[in-house]
Design a protein around this ligand. Structure first.
Ligand code: GLC
Ligand code: CA
Length: 563
C-alpha cells in the first residue's frame, strides 16, 4: 500500500460558528480558531477541516455560499484565513476547507441573474424546469422530496418555472451539465489551492449528477418521495470528479475527501477512491451514523444502539475498501447528534462510554477525524421549544410537519431534541464560566452542560476523556504501533457477539486486537484463541484480559506472534 501523508494524518473537524468567538460578538470565527491552534496542537491532531466560512446569507450556516472568493464578515477576513493557514503550518497542522459544489445561495450573483429571465446568460447555471399540470392545477416537475422537507423544486412566478433545490429553497442546485459551471468551479478551487490550503472536504458531492426527471414510484404514502437515488451517486458524477481531478486536484499536493453519504454502496466508495480512477482520495460514508432507532423514536429513552447493524456496516466499509481505495473514519459530524448521546450514556457512563467509542473507531483502517467536542465527550444540549433551534432543516420540517401534516408540536420537539443537527452545533464547552467560555456576548446558539463537561477541567487530568484521545492520537502518530494501525490489514472477530465489536489489525508480524463492549451492560467475552503480549490501552484498569467485559469496556492489545 502506497504511503501518503494524508493516510497518516489525524483530522479534527471544526464547526466554525460554534467553536470559539475571537471578537466577542457571539459567533465563532477565524480569529477564534487561530487562538485555539495551540489547543488543537496539544490534542495532537495534525489536520483541521474547517466548515464553510465564505460570504453567505447563513440560511444553512454558510453551506449557502454567495461568494466563493471572500470570507463572511461573521467569520473574519481573507487576511484571517491567510494568517490561519500560516500559523497552522508553522505548527505542522494542515488546513482542509469545505468546498460546496452542489449548490450556491440564492443570493449568489449567478442565481440573481439566472432567475431574471429564461434567456439570461446565467439561466443554465442552475436547473430550471417547466411546471406540470394535473386537473389544471400546477404541480412540480417531479414528485421528488428535498432533504430538508417538502419538494425539491421551488416555483418562481416571474419566469413560470421551477428551480431545483435538494436542500433549502435558498440553496438552488448548480447545473453540472453546463461546462461553464465546471469552468467556474475549476477556477475557484484553483484559487484556494494557490492560497495554500491542503485540501478539500467536498460537500454533498454525491449529488452533483441528477437522474432524468421522471417521477418516483416509491413511497406511496408520502406526498414528496424521498428516493435519494434520483440524485445520489449516479454514474455521471464520476465524470465530473475526473475532470476536477485532472484540472485541479492532481496539480497540487492536497487531499480530497468526498462526502458521499446517503446510501453510497461500498463499490461506489471504491470507485471514488481507487487511485487509478483519479477522482478522490477518500470518502465519508453515513452508514454508521444512525445505527440506533434515532429517527423513529419519540423519546430519547427509546434510543438504543443496534449493535448488529453497526458492526455490519463498519465491517462492510473496512473490508470493502481495503487494498483498493481509502476510508475516512469518523463517528459523527455537524449534521448529527453528539456522539456520547447517540451511542454512549452521558448520564451513567459518561467517561467510560466516550473512551470506548474512541477506542472502537480509531484503531480501524482509514484516516481518522474527530468532530470538535468529541474529545471531551460533549453531549446533546436540552431544547425546550422550537425557539431553541437554529437549524434550517429542523425548522423547515417543523413547519411542514406541524402546519401541513398536523403533527403535535410537542412530539416534534421531543424527537428533534435528540435527532436535530443543532445538537452537534451547540457551542464548544471551554470552561465552567459564562457561556462555557465560548464568548462574552450572547451566543448565537444553545450550549450543553458546560459545568460538568469542559476543556479546562480535562486538559490536565490524565484520566480524562481528552487525555485518552491524546493517547490514541499519539499511538497513531508516533508509537511502535503506528504502521499496524495505519496500514495493517483488518479482520473482524466475534462477528456474532451481541455486544462486543472486535477486530484484529496486522502488519509485518505485528498484530493488535481491539475489543469494545458497545452497550451499558456487562458481557462475557468467552475464550479467545490469542495470547496477549501487552495491554496497549484500556478504559478500565486492567492487568489482563477479563472474562467479563464491563459496561462500555474497551481494550487494545498487542498479541504474541503465532508460534
Ligand atoms: C452537507 C453538509 C450539511 C449541509 C448540506 C448542504 O450534507 O454537511 O451541513 O446542510 O451538505 O450543503
Ligand atoms: Ca465572532
Amino acid at each position: 500500500m502506497k504511503k501518503e501523508w494524508w493516510k497518516e494524518a489525524f483530522g479534527y473537524q471544526i464547526y466554525i460558528r460554534s467553536f470559539f468567538d475571537g471578537n466577542d460578538d457571539g459567533i465563532g470565527d477565524l480569529p477564534g480558531i487561530i487562538e485555539k491552534l495551540e489547543y488543537i496542537k496539544k490534542l495532537g491532531v495534525d489536520l483541521i477541516w474547517i466548515c464553510p466560512f465564505y460570504e453567505s446569507p447563513m440560511d444553512d450556516n454558510g453551506y449557502d455560499v454567495s461568494d466563493f472568493y471572500s470570507v463572511s464578515k461573521d467569520y473574519g477576513t481573507i487576511g484571517d484565513i491567510r494568517t490561519l493557514i500560516q500559523r497552522a503550518h508553522r505548527l505542522n497542522i494542515r488546513v482542509v476547507i469545505d468546498l460546496v459544489l452542489n449548490h450556491t445561495s440564492d443570493e449568489h450573483p449567478w442565481f440573481k441573474e439566472s432567475r431574471k429571465s429564461r434567456d439570461n446568460p446565467y439561466r443554465d447555471y442552475y436547473i430550471w424546469q417547466k411546471p406540470r399540470y394535473k386537473d389544471n392545477v400546477r404541480i412540480e416537475p417531479t414528485n421528488w422530496a428535498s432533504f430538508f422537507g417538502g419538494s425539491c423544486w421551488e416555483y418562481e412566478a416571474l419566469t413560470d418555472e421551477y428551480y431545483m433545490k435538494i436542500f433549502s429553497k435558498k440553496m438552488p442546485d448548480l447545473n453540472w451539465k453546463n461546462p461553464k459551471v465546471i469552468d467556474e468551479i475549476v477556477k475557484m478551487a484553483t484559487w484556494w489551492c494557490e492560497m495554500g490550503v491542503d485540501g478539500f472536504r467536498i460537500d454533498a458531492v454525491s449529488h452533483l449528477a441528477k437522474a432524468d426527471f421522471v417521477d418516483s414510484t416509491q413511497y406511496p404514502d408520502q406526498e414528496f418521495k424521498p428516493e435519494w437515488g434520483k440524485f445520489s451517486n449516479l454514474p455521471k458524477l464520476h465524470d465530473y470528479l475526473k475532470i476536477l481531478n485532472e484540472r485541479v486536484f492532481s496539480k497540487y499536493d492536497i487531499v480530497t475527501i468526498g462526502e458521499v453519504g446517503g446510501n453510497a454502496p461500498v463499490k461506489d466508495g471504491v470507485n471514488f477512491t481507487l487511485p487509478e480512477n483519479q477522482e478522490l482520495d477518500m470518502v465519508f460514508n453515513f452508514d454508521h451514523n444512525w445505527c440506533n432507532n434515532g429517527w423513529g423514536a419519540k423519546s430519547g429513552s427509546q434510543l438504543s444502539t443496534d449493535v448488529k447493524r453497526l458492526k455490519e456496516v463498519f465491517n462492510k466499509w473496512q473490508k470493502g475498501l481495503f487494498g483498493q481505495g481509502w476510508n475516512a473514519i469518523y463517528w459523527l459530524n455537524h449534521d448529527q447528534p453528539r456522539l456520547v448521546s447517540q451511542y454512549g450514556d452521558p448520564e451513567h457512563y459518561h467517561v467510560e462510554s466516550a473512551k470506548m467509542l474512541a477506542t472502537a473507531l480509531y484503531f480501524m483502517w482509514g484516516t481518522p477525524f474527530i468532530y470538535n467536542g468529541e474529545e471531551i465527550g460533549m453531549s446533546n444540549p436540552e431544547f425546550k421549544s422550537i425557539e431553541d433551534f437554529r437549524d434550517v432543516s429542523t425548522i423547515t420540517q417543523f413547519h411542514i410537519n406541524v402546519e401541513r401534516y398536523h403533527q403535535d408540536p410537542a412530539e416534534y420537539i421531543a424527537a428533534a431534541s435528540f435527532s436535530s443537527r443543532d445538537n452537534a452545533r451547540s457551542l464548544m464547552q471551554w470552561r465552567d464560566a459564562e457561556n462555557g467560555g465560548f464568548s462574552k456576548a450572547k451566543p448565537w446558539n444553545i450550549i450543553g452542560d458546560f459545568h460538568k463537561i469542559n476543556v479546562e477541567s480535562q486538559i490536565h487530568d490524565p484520566d480524562s476523556i481528552f487525555s485518552f484521545y491524546r493517547k490514541i492520537i499519539q499511538l497513531r502518530k508516533d508509537s511502535p504501533y503506528k504502521d499496524v494501525i495505519i496500514y495493517g490489514k483488518y479482520d473482524q472477530i466475534l462477528a456474532d457477539h451481541p455486544q462486543i465489536y472486535g477486530y484484529i489489525r496486522e502488519y509485518e508480524n505485528k498484530r493488535i486486537l481491539v475489543l469494545a463492549n458497545l452497550l451499558a451492560k456487562p458481557t462475557a467475552l468467552g475464550n479467545l484463541p490469542y495470547r496477549t503480549k501487552t495491554i496497549i490501552l484500556s478504559n478500565y484498569i486492567r492487568k489482563q484480559v477479563p472474562d467479563i467485559m464491563k459496561p462500555f469496556e474497551a481494550m487494545v492489545l498487542e498479541l504474541e506472534e503465532d508460534k
